[in-house]
Design a protein around this ligand. Structure first.
Ligand SMILES: [Fe+2]
Length: 268
């Protein structure tokens, strides 16, 4: 990983219904890659222009769980990562959930303790060996602080150091967590080794019904405060290689286009 490699702009892929608009965006020069989220429905991979690189991401394997990772899910991820030559595989630092894929774990952050740090680092190393490429770790939005480590950002930083992993900074999750816990909007950034951050995720956020919390929201465009932080990160992170916009397929294509145009301008 070197800073001389180009910074690329991509879009998250969840459903085959996105294929048409993503191909259109590619032809318009608005995206450089697609980031596919696993698991996907077997037989329904992204059907995008073969010239579009595909990065592989898996937000639901509970790698911060003492239960261990779901190897059936990891096998599907590895097959895709090899097929598409994904430069790294994104994984979430989530706890176990009741489903076979640990789906609920996406929103359950592990206890922030040295024991869970070791579990997560061990699982990250095992997965990286199994995938044959780096794992890039991402945090889910956080709603409360539980444990003895200072924060989830400190936890992420420690796990990444111990496992020699890369990091995806999800700016929407990061912003929601900082608002939920009444912290400054750049809280914790200085605790992360900037050389490890290779990718940003960009999305909207929305207030909860009660107004007390903020949630990730892929059906909204990012608010100006998030775009300003993204711009700052693009200018300052030395190893950044990818910026992924996460946008729901039900939302207007015009919002996809206008946000990609705004992100592209920042990257020039
Ligand atoms: Fe994300």
């Amino acid at each position: 990983m070197t800073a001389t490699q180009p910074l690329r702009l991509g879009v998250r892929w969840d459903e085959p219904s996105q294929d048409v608009r993503l191909n259109r965006a590619f032809r318009a020069g608005l995206l450089d890659y697609v980031e596919a989220n696993y698991p996907i429905t077997p037989g329904h991979p992204p059907r995008v222009d073969p010239a579009i690189p595909i990065y592989v991401h898996c937000p639901v394997n509970p790698i911060a769980s003492p239960q261990g990772v779901n190897w059936r899910l990891a096998a599907q991820v590895r097959e895709a990562a090899e097929q598409y030559r994904s430069p790294w595989v994104g994984e979430h630092l989530c706890w176990a959930g009741p489903g076979a894929e640990g789906r609920l774990g996406y929103i359950v952050t592990p206890l922030l303790s040295e024991e869970f740090q070791k579990v997560a680092a061990d699982n990250t190393r095992k997965l990286s060996d199994y995938y044959g490429r780096p794992v890039a770790l991402e945090l889910a939005p956080v709603y409360q602080h539980t444990g003895t480590i200072d924060s989830e950002v400190h936890f992420l930083s420690k796990v990444a150091e111990e496992a020699d992993a890369l990091i995806i900074l999800d700016v929407a999750h990061f912003t929601a967590s900082n608002r939920n816990l009444a912290r400054p909007m750049d809280f914790g950034l200085s605790t992360i080794n900037p050389q490890r951050i290779v990718e940003l995720h960009v999305a909207g956020i929305r207030p909860s019904g009660s107004g007390r919390h903020w949630h990730d929201s892929h059906d909204r465009v990012p608010e100006p405060a998030i775009l300003e932080l993204v711009q700052h990160l693009i200018r300052t992170l030395p190893a950044l290689r990818a910026v992924t916009f996460e946008h729901a397929e039900e939302s207007p294509e015009s919002e996809l286009v206008s946000t990609l145009e705004a992100l592209r301008r920042m990257m020039q």
